[in-house]
Design a protein around this ligand. Structure first.
Ligand code: ADP
Length: 154
């Protein structure tokens, strides 16, 4: 079964990587869908965000990376996918994911959201914290997947 993991991934962090690697034990394929919203300001272009993830999973044939700009449920319908993967770090994340899940199931009743709880080690890591550190010239190596240098994608 294939699951779609949608997100901004600006940038993809160790926390995202952990969710994908754990999902690979549950699903035969993970499609990582890099969202593009014209009204949102990103640190990395959608191509760079996708390239970083492709480079990270270059040896994992069960991971596919796509860029999309519409509704998550529409891309799922298009690809015949009925499971969405999301990660949760806190009660706040949980509340947000609950509301999105209800909206998604209203739009596409066949869809189910699978939530994986963060590993406590990665709970404090977020793309926004990484962006903040980059903005102030700090080192983000410890928050990024091994072998990935964010500078290569900026
Ligand atoms: P979005 O803008 O759609 O929230 P993100 O790239 O910020 O996209 O996150 C994508 C998904 O990954 C979300 O479900 C988010 O909760 C989850 N996530 C982000 N960081 C972590 C982490 N450190 N541990 C577990 N899940 C995470």
């Amino acid at each position: 079964m294939t699951v779609l993991f949608p997100g901004s991934f600006d940038p993809f962090t160790l926390g995202h990587e952990d969710i994908v690697r754990r999902a690979l034990k549950l699903f035969s394929k993970v499609v990582i869908a890099v969202g593009y919203n014209i009204d949102k300001k990103y640190m990395l272009t959608s191509e760079s965000r996708a390239q970083l993830i492709k480079d990270l999973f270059k040896d994992e044939k069960r991971v596919e990376v796509i860029i999309y700009d519409g509704l998550t449920v529409d891309i799922c319908r298009e690809k015949g996918i009925t499971s969405i993967l999301r990660g949760v770090r806190s009660i706040r994340d949980f509340e947000y994911e609950t509301s999105i899940d209800i909206i998604n199931r209203t739009l596409y009743p066949e869809i189910e959201t699978i939530i994986l709880l963060t590993d406590p080690e990665y709970a404090p890591i977020s793309s926004s914290v990484v962006r903040e550190i980059v903005f102030h010239g700090g080192c983000v190596k410890k928050f990024m997947p091994e072998g990935i240098s964010l500078e290569d994608y900026l």
